[in-house]
Ligand binder design. Structure first.
Ligand SMILES: [Mg+2]
Length: 293
């Protein structure tokens, strides 16, 4: 049934092609989307070496398409990742920070926090016990996603398997309602020490409530004067769905939709979400190919 639903919403459909005409900007998730196995740009979904993503990125650059990484990764790491790929604008920490001109200009894209006086959101989460509350309440089901927890300013990162709505109710009840937990998709690579089956664990971000990749895309579009029709996004997680209202098309790579029934259900509920024929970064290649026509 899920396969049939995906087949009816392929990026190659006439409905998708119509929405892709005139696209000049691609907001792209990295892990599980633009990157293959082991978060490598040069390896496919099964770890096989491939130049396909590199060739497609060069073709997009030659055609004047602006490719903007939009990731949960920390800002300074992401700026350097993007620089290696020849990309100068990034959206980091799940939309909380935008960097232009290879980090020369940084925009805080999160709303008010209780920290005050310049305290960054992660410090406030640590100081007020928000992170400890989650770790103690969900011991055995949620843990910090080491080693990616360092150098973070706005969002903290976890791995495990929890009910996001239930966590949000807990945060609200315990006086931490200014933050929210968001699902950033399936965990690839090293298995966590939690008692979960293979491919059960997800990555989660604790974010200032209201901060999403979508809010950052909306802000970037406003700052740079991009029309909605000129923008697409591609991703692999529930968090990426937040971009859908702000772009012409949101593309979800096929493997993510096939393996996460909740993601597929939420994706199908939005009429501008389409799926790729191929998985992971090969689906990313297909997306750019469709944009280039
Ligand atoms: Mg991802």
């Amino acid at each position: 049934m899920s396969l049939a639903a995906i087949e009816q919403r392929l990026l190659t459909s006439a409905a998708a092609r119509e929405r892709l005409a005139g696209v000049r900007v691609v907001y792209t998730d990295l892990d599980g989307t633009m990157l293959g196995r082991g978060a490598s740009f040069f390896h496919g979904p099964d770890g096989e070496p491939t130049f396909e993503p590199a060739e497609m990125l060069l073709a997009a650059g030659a055609a004047g398409i602006d490719v903007v990484p939009a990731s949960g990764r920390s800002l300074f790491g992401l700026v350097r990742d993007a620089r290696l790929l020849g990309l100068s604008t990034v959206i980091a920490e799940m939309g909380a920070l935008i960097a232009y001109d290879t980090g020369r200009q940084i925009v805080h894209a999160f709303g008010p926090t209780p920290g005050g006086d310049g305290e960054m959101p992660v410090r406030t989460m640590e100081r007020t016990g928000t992170i400890d509350l989650l770790l103690s309440t969900y011991a055995g089901r949620l843990e910090l996603h080491e080693p990616w927890t360092a150098w973070r300013d706005c969002t903290q990162i976890f791995r495990g398997l929890v009910d996001v709505a239930e966590v949000d109710r807990l945060l609200e009840r315990e006086g931490h309602g200014w933050v929210a937990l968001v699902d950033n998709g399936m965990l690839f690579g090293a298995q966590p020490s939690l008692q979960l089956g293979p491919r059960e664990a997800h990555v989660y971000h604790l974010v200032p409530r209201g901060t999403t990749k979508g809010s950052a895309v909306a802000l970037d579009r406003e700052r740079r004067g991009f029309a909605l029709e000129a923008c697409v996004a591609v991703g692999d997680a529930t968090a990426d769905l937040e971009i859908a209202p702000h772009v012409s098309i949101l593309v979800i790579v096929r493997d993510a939709a096939e393996q996460d029934p909740k993601l597929l259900r939420l994706a199908l509920a939005r009429d501008n979400v389409f799926f790729t024929q191929r998985p992971m970064n090969l689906g990313w290649v297909d997306t750019l190919r469709a944009v280039l026509g």
